[in-house]
Design a protein around this ligand. Sequence first.
Ligand code: NAD
Ligand code: LMR
Length: 341
Amino acid sequence: MWFCRALRRVAPNGSRTYATQIGDKKVAVLGAAGGIGQPLSLLLKSHPGASSFLSHLSLYDVVNTPGVAADLSHINTSVKCTHHTGSDALPAALDGADVVVIPAGVPRKPGMSRQDLFNTNASIVQQLTAGIASTCPQAQVLVISNPVNSTVPIAAETLKKAGVYDRRRLFGVTTLDLVRASCFVAEAAGKRPENVHVDVLGGHSGKTILPVLSRVPGVQLTKEQVEKLTNRIQFGGDEVVKAKDGLGSATLSMAYAGARFTLNLLRALKGESGITEAAFVESDIFKKDGVDYFSTQITLGRQGVESVGEVGPLDEYEQGLLKDALEDLKINIKAGVDFAK
Ligand code: NAD
Ligand code: LMR
């Protein structure tokens, strides 16, 4: 590997940051031609500085990857793009991947719950994870496909069956819940969203999403505001599904959230310390209640999950939300485990 000392100036790709290293990581996006896959791949390919830790973007889908790869490859960053279409091409897409991001599967239409996607997406995630187990068993796996509360256990069981499961390397991506919470709370409190961090715990659907509004730094909310905002954060996905009116669910905000998580994980894999993100991972916190996966803030490191954060103090209202969240999570997780078995 060689190093270049970059200059503090605007580079031809418009980047004002300066890379000191050439990246060596390969990221595979499974579902790369989809509503999330395309903008997510764009954000990874074009992120200023991404080429200091990413060298290869592998674009896999059952359709249309040549066009997506040709288009992205005209962006002047040194991240190489390759395309792979159809299940015969899955091993080539995954070969040597350090990180695999999975937005493959069907999205909701108005009137559907995320759990209604189970029948279609469960087998897609199972098939793709089986491919990961045989081709790149050491990869970090980021599951976006819904219902995340069930697809993560499906992925875990599939990796376990193949004897390659490591709890440090499997994540359900819940970043969008935190991104949304930050927007909605900032709007209510008259702050800049960039400056508002809201912890969101639990899972990724309805009542399993637990925003902790009692401890947002610098923000005091009334009881009425808390109840309204909690509901809006829990059902934020429905706002987009309704607005898209049959044409799918959140894609652009999800691509933003997925890229943020992926880039932070790549930084941590490269050795940057102190990087935290929330994610739905195997967690001991509520195993006694029969809930094996739970999202809290986690610290990322060279092996993936370095440590899983605590739930932290909750007020009485949030304790009630937690109880509801655990009840639903238990059912959603069991559905995933049963399917995989
Ligand atoms: P989409 O239909 O636009 O794209 C999905 C892509 O997956 C398509 O290109 C399709 O060809 C591809 N695909 C289908 N089966 C495949 C397979 N076996 N292998 C590889 N690719 C396959 O849908 P979208 O809007 O991109 O949403 C994708 C998924 O992400 C949905 O399940 C949606 O509910 C979920 N989602 C999750 C979050 C989250 O916060 N975790 C947010 C938004 C959407
Ligand atoms: C979201 O939160 O936007 C996604 O999970 C998509 C959905 O179905 O709402």
